[in-house]
Design a protein around this ligand. Sequence first.
Ligand SMILES: [Zn+2]
Length: 340
Amino acid sequence: MKNRRAFLQSLASLLLLPSLANAARPKLRIMGVNGWIPASSLGYCLTHEHVMVDFIEAGKISKDRYDAEEVYRTALPFLDDLRKAGCATMFECTPAYLGRDVQLLQRLANGASLQLVTNTGYYGASKEKHLPAHAYAETAEQLSARWVREYEEGIEGTAVRPGFIKLAADKGPLTAVQQKLIHAGAMAHLKTGLTIAVHSGDGAAAREELQIIRGHGVAPAAFVWIHAQNETDFSIFREMTEAGAWVEFDALKTDNHDQYLRFLGYMKAHRLLHKVLLSQDSGWYYVGDPGGGPYRPYTEIFNAFIPLLLRNGFSRQDVEQVLMRNPVEAFAVRVRREKD
Ligand SMILES: [Zn+2]
């Protein structure tokens, strides 16, 4: 009986077409820069990448600092390569005041035939240098209302709507304004159903963020711990995911595959692979650098890391779990309350 089941499972894995991986969740949908993406169309998905970033401070940021045409020409071949490698959807995680340009993203999505997802929310990490003055002057309710407005009416006069709330904090404990951002994110989630993804300096920060979010009655399943790889204590990955939150290991590069095998091996051993997201934090056009500076390709996971996983005890279903099913579950737009 056991052998028969194993045989059927391996047969199923051979027959499982990627496009069917999310067929069981027909009602779930993600908001992309070109509108709703049904779960069945999300395909292979990278949940944390960048097209363009401007590290000048919030007070000096401006669309006059770059030539959108040059950025388009620079980024397009890399996005083309990603689509050809098998990816269908990429989340662009650059927030406002750090280089978010949704018209550029829409052009690139169309040019590369790749689904792109953008965000609302503010970046409170890097000692808060990317926060606009109103992040200090306004209450959490007021900040939340700005983000909800972007979701309901579109971003900066366009029809492009955010697909998630991107926030950021340094290592714990959080500063007052970082705490306020998380409160505002939780409030915006309850109005929009957008997932709250937070760049977190370490596990202590992620823990505090989750606590704030839960204080609003929002379920941990609406929270993504971005940059979990910054934490050395693996037990916090268990603690957070067993509570229902998502952990995202998102800076996979050519030289750290072993480390990422350890992260995924640990999560698989604890049967927590269904709460893991994987990405590269790659790209991007650096505003201010001649020609945009060095651009890191988006294809490492597809061309090198998936084959490595399959040679190291992971199944095709594991790969589809992490890169297809989990992104749908994590980012499908719906309100998630603590008691649901
Ligand atoms: Zn990033």
